[in-house]
Ligand binder design. Structure first.
Ligand code: GLU
Length: 449
């Protein structure tokens, strides 16, 4: 069976780490076995969906490398949803109800006060044609509810194992609001059937929906729309480093923002693809390699811990391992391309790619030397070897020590200060040969170079 999955974001906000993880796991699962990934924009809510968010979603997915094989907008498929609604009505599974939100709320409160579960009582099913006509004459418009079978709906969840939802404990879901708006529940099922989706992979907050949606899948298949209920995987949700739900903080964890902060796409995808799994939290070789290694069997049942410190570590790891040919175009764009040797020497110091700008300046200047003791600098200049090669640092510092008597920190810190103008930075033994003799001499003389 060839695998086909979909990512179905609503374009009502920016992509954040929570929904990107869903997109990513779908992508990894499908691509790991040569399957297809569908991007489906859930924009039936025309009032809340915007083209700007839609473009943002596409831009973010593209940047992360999560390319799609097919792309759809639900807003272009209303004919199919009308068709499905008609068939469900004909089958007696979709019925009109006229209660207002206040009426429903009042009934729920009464139920709760009597210790009963606040489930819709299906009063609308008892309405006669005359009752309905009278309500509509009053100006009331119906919303439409799906009539659940009220049974144990069971499935083998790829992530959770055997799963069951008792639809008798749920209210009949509203599929169409009184203003005609389709809630996501029905269009999603129609699309999954029409597009031949084989696996629905989403967060565990959708588990109850799945119970109702499986009934809708079956009702539509029985009504001649589609042939097979997909399989399901419900992933444990993300929590913060403190174990608390991330939902409230997700706004500040948007992909767009992370891109601005200079994170590497591969660090983000390695992190989100591996938290909550038995894989070591390391940066992958590529997105494809992550896909080949992906399996739901590796995913634990407890929430996945999202810790920015882990992401920072993976980001550094991605940079420290980045080959020159991959870095080169970006180095050139920043005017920081000093060749492979310089890249290899400097990259272990990167936390973000853009750090390369400050590091490159240490090599080619301008650096304003910090000379605290001019006599020490002069002595160091006197014993500076003629040839500045890979081994020069050990030889030179030994000579400075012999000449000045300085050792340890008192020897190394002033040299670092003079040559880099700062207290911390790359390993001096590798940096010094890159700086070159002329600039070393100038800096030892206290000149900006
Ligand atoms: N638009 C829905 C959401 O973002 C899609 C859920 C699903 O994957 O079925 O929650």
């Amino acid at each position: 069976m060839s695998v086909k999955v979909r990512f179905a974001p609503s374009p009502t906000g920016k992509l954040h780490v929570g929904n990107v993880r869903t997109a990513l796991v779908n992508w990894l699962f499908a691509k790991g076995q040569g399957g297809q990934f569908v991007l489906r924009i859930d924009d039936t809510d025309l009032a809340r969906s915007t083209l700007e968010y839609e473009r943002g979603i596409e831009e973010d997915l593209t940047w992360l490398g999560l390319v799609w094989d097919e792309r759809h907008n639900q807003s272009k498929r209303f004919d199919r949803y009308h068709e499905a609604a008609d068939r469900l009505k004909a089958a007696g599974r979709l019925y009109p109800a006229y209660e207002t939100a206040e009426e429903l709320d009042r009934r729920r409160k009464v139920q709760l006060s009597r210790g009963l579960p606040p489930i819709y009582d299906r009063a609308a099913l008892d309405l006669t044609a005359a009752d309905k006509a009278a309500l509509e004459a009053e100006g009331r418009k119906p919303h439409w509810r799906f009539k659940l079978d009220g049974r144990r709906v069971a499935w083998e969840d790829l992530s959770r194992g055997h799963a069951e939802v008792d639809t008798a404990s749920m209210s009949d879901p509203v599929l169409i609001r009184e203003d005609g708006l389709y809630l996501y529940t029905l269009p999603s099922v129609v699309d999954d059937l029409d597009m031949g989706i084989t696996h629905v992979i989403r967060g565990e907050d959708h588990t109850t929906n799945t119970g109702a949606q499986i009934e809708i899948f079956e009702a539509l298949i029985a009504a001649g729309m589609g042939s097979e209920v997909p399989r399901f995987a419900h992933m444990p949700l993300l929590v913060g480093a403190d174990g608390a739900a991330l939902s409230k903080r997700l706004g500040s964890l948007s992909v767009a923002e992370m891109r601005e902060q200079g994170y590497e796409p591969l660090a983000i995808t390695s992190h989100l693809g591996r938290i909550g799994t038995s894989d070591a939290l390391e940066v992958g070789e590529s997105l494809e390699a992550l896909g080949r290694g992906f399996s739901f069997d590796k995913m634990g049942r407890s929430p996945a811990r999202y810790d920015t410190e882990d992401l920072d570590r993976l980001n550094a790891q991605a940079l420290h391992a980045m080959p020159y040919d991959r870095a080169q175009p970006r180095l050139a764009a920043l005017d920081c391309d000093l060749g492979e040797t310089v890249w290899n020497t400097l990259r272990p110091n990167l936390a973000r790619f853009d750090d390369i700008q400050a590091l490159t300046r240490l090599v080619r200047g301008p650096v304003s030397p910090v000379v605290e003791d001019p006599a020490f600098a002069a002595a160091a200049l006197e014993v500076l070897p003629e040839t500045i090669d890979d081994g020069v640092w050990a030889i030179w510092t030994e000579a400075v020590k012999a000449r000045t008597g300085a050792k340890g920190k008192a020897l190394f810190m002033p040299l670092r200060h003079i040559l880099t103008g700062q207290e911390r930075g790359p390993d001096m033994a590798s940096l010094v040969p890159l700086i070159g003799r002329d600039r070393i001499v100038q800096r030892l003389r206290g000149e900006t170079a």
